[in-house]
Design a protein around this ligand. Structure first.
Ligand code: PAF
Length: 289
């Protein structure tokens, strides 16, 4: 059971570890929800799952420069810790870990955690070189810093989720990774901190992404994989997207493009831009058995 406590704030690894050590001494289960802040209902769902499955919930907020490319939105990424803290208090989070840049990457920091192979070089990895090195490095650090029993990640960043699972497997990290379905608005648009960049007209276009991808998934489920995949970019452009980075139907775990070995789960994954805003989303291909 979670006892109601005020949300504490730790800015240093030492302060965060001191709290977690107290909980561990009382044999409490600790969950971590890593985030980059600008929290929304998608994060709230991660926290609610964490609260149900652990005695104590730690949320980290750190906008990780290592996972942004040089021409990406690191500077513009929304930062609103005051609002975030209100959400964390209302959600019953025990501890916010919000380290400054120099606590995560002090002078002389020289280590990169890099996962090889198509899992990190395809799709997002192809369009955002180095992105998954940045994700793997910061997630490895956060898991090591907090030492949770459980860590929660959303399905919206599907490829990231597979990368993190591989990281935990390969490094024998002693925790369980739990996943939470994507939270969507009333039109099906996957919630994302980057949706804040959209104008009202762009939002209407953005809301078409999920419908087109669901349609691609149902065509793929009927066996039209190559057609479903090749028709999708044009459909997105007709719907108002300015460019399409990729639409792929891939092995849900390895990200290898379909066709894949029979019996493997497939996933439709896409990234497309409206103006300067880049949106990603994904859906399962529900193959009938
Ligand atoms: O999904 C995110 O918000 C980030 O990629 C994560 C996992 C917090 C690492 O910075």
């Amino acid at each position: 059971m979670i006892s109601k406590v005020a949300t504490g704030v730790a800015r240093t690894v030492g302060a965060a570890r001191a709290r977690v050590t107290e909980w561990r001494a009382e044999r409490q289960r600790v969950a971590l929800v890593p985030t980059m802040g600008a929290l929304h209902d998608g994060h709230r769902a991660l926290i609610d799952h964490a609260r149900r499955q652990a005695d104590r919930v730690v949320v980290s907020i750190f906008v990780n420069p290592k996972q942004f490319g040089p021409r990406e939105d690191f500077g513009a990424y929304p930062r609103r810790e005051g609002d975030d803290l209100d959400l964390l208090r209302a959600a019953g989070v025990d501890l916010l870990f919000a380290p400054p840049l120099e606590a995560m990457y002090p002078d002389g920091f020289a280590t990169t955690v890099s996962i090889a192979g198509p899992l990190t070089t395809s799709l997002e990895g192809a369009h955002r070189p180095g992105h998954f090195d940045g994700v793997a490095t910061v997630v490895a650090k956060l898991l090591n810093q907090i030492g949770p029993d459980l860590a929660f990640f959303g399905e919206k960043d599907w490829q990231q989720l597979q990368v993190i699972k591989q990281l935990v497997r390969d490094l024998d990290l002693p925790l369980e990774i739990l996943t939470v379905p994507t939270v969507r608005d009333s039109e099906g648009l996957a919630l994302s901190s980057r949706n804040a960049y959209l104008t009202p007209a762009q939002l209407i276009t953005a809301q078409k992404l999920n419908r087109i991808l669901q349609d691609v998934a149902s065509k793929a489920a009927k066996g039209d994989i190559a057609d479903a995949r090749s028709a999708a970019p044009a459909r997105l452009r007709e719907a108002g997207f300015d460019s399409v980075d990729y639409v792929e139907i891939a092995d849900a775990e390895t990200m290898q493009p379909a066709p894949v070995a029979s019996g493997r789960a497939l996933r439709v994954l896409a990234a497309a831009r409206i103006g300067t805003t880049r949106l990603i989303d994904n859906f399962p291909v529900e193959l009938s058995t």
